[in-house]
Design a protein around this ligand. Structure first.
Ligand SMILES: Cc1cc2nc3c(=O)[nH]c(=O)nc-3n(C[C@H](O)[C@H](O)[C@H](O)COP(=O)(O)O)c2cc1C
Length: 249
């Protein structure tokens, strides 16, 4: 083990923060470290909005759940997948941009996620904690209106950051044999082995949910996923993205 592996292994989402501001210089260090993430063809197709305005914070906290921590965290960021600069680069060189391709949507979204994960890790390495907020996609149109996000960008998720005022139990992850395959997706391991492995993981998660510090529940991982996959989530996303010119072809 080394310090990086140790840091990654200690990750847990933090939703309760000390009433202690985060120094601007430290925050900027974290953002710069985040920018070092790999980026497809060096496009860096993202923009981060730090939301300080109290009214906007409250409205975003409400539409995201409500999720109180969005309002209360010392820092709240909205991560946008953003093609604006790339279109400006086209203008600069007199090239008409190809617009609306699904591939551009994937590139910008993946770039944004890599940036955000780097940001979370950099923040954790400096004693901060945080949580991603997909809840902003409950009403992405409103988020765009509140934050003046242009049609060439879209809000992928938010993130709360601050000094942790809680130390949640670390959530167990799937066993390696379920997420890592050798050479082929379908390998020599029998379906039964995988089923046994999943059952064992269900029991591990059940133990975690029954013994963690808050929000105790009697739930297995597969039951939770079945509930998740069994209901429609944010059906407005397709038309929202299309209206913004993403994902047209
Ligand atoms: C893209 C994304 C969106 C998320 N959205 C929310 C959210 O809206 N609210 C929240 O409390 N947690 C949110 N989470 C946190 C996950 O619930 C959490 O990462 C997951 O349960 C694993 O727990 P851990 O981060 O403590 O290991 C989100 C995580 C990701 C990656």
């Amino acid at each position: 083990m080394n310090a990086t592996i140790d840091l990654l292994s200690r990750h847990r989402s933090v939703r309760k923060f000390k009433d202690k501001p985060v120094d601007d210089a430290l925050f900027h260090t974290v953002v710069k470290a985040a920018q070092c993430a790999s980026t497809s063809s060096h496009v860096q197709a993202y923009t981060i909005i730090r939301v300080q305005d109290k009214d906007n914070r409250r409205q975003i906290a409400d539409l995201a759940g409500p999720q109180l921590w969005v309002e209360q965290a010392p820092i709240f960021l909205v991560f946008c997948a953003d093609l604006t600069r790339l279109e400006s680069a086209c203008d600069r060189h007199g090239i008409a941009p190809e617009k609306g391709w699904a591939e551009q949507f994937v590139v910008a979204t993946v770039d944004t996620a890599l940036l955000a994960q780097n940001l979370m890790i950099a923040a954790e390495s400096l004693g901060l904690g945080g949580v991603f907020i997909g809840g902003i996609r409950n009403d992405p149109k409103m988020v765009c209106e509140l934050l003046n996000i242009p049609d060439t960008a879209y809000p992928v998720f938010g993130m709360c950051l601050g000094y942790p005022d809680q130390t949640p139990t670390i959530k167990p992850r799937l066993p390696l044999d379920l997420v890592l395959r050798e050479d082929f997706f379908s390998g020599p391991k029998s379906k039964k082995d995988r089923t046994d492995s999943l059952s064992a993981y269900d029991q591990t998660c059940k133990g975690y949910y029954l013994s963690r510090d808050s929000n105790l529940k009697d739930q297995t991982w597969s039951r939770q996923m079945a509930n998740f996959m069994g209901k429609v989530s944010r059906p407005h996303m397709k038309s929202f993205l299309k209206k913004r010119g993403f994902f047209l072809k």
